[in-house]
Write a protein of this length. Sequence first.
Length: 104
Amino acid sequence: MRKTGPEKVFVLIDVQEDSIYDAHFGIGSPVDGDYSWYFATRWGELPADRHRRGANLSFADGHVEYWKWESRKKWRHWGQTTDNEADQKDLKRLQAAIRLRFQD
């Protein structure tokens, strides 16, 4: 996380309750790995939107932020495509806050 900075990498997130089926939040990177093309427009798990269309995220440096989403989050299945341009914007924002494998 030295390149990105721990204040920009989320560790915990409030997950949409219908998408919970294991102990981690699955989100793919559109720039890292063999399936980057797949995750460019697809959710793994879905962040919660039950708190006034937003979710709480904690970051690697210890601070917590409330993120309001541009689009409502409705769970259909793992790997669902984004619903619209606003949902795509939410996905990209969250993907920008993950640690990529090739980073320190």
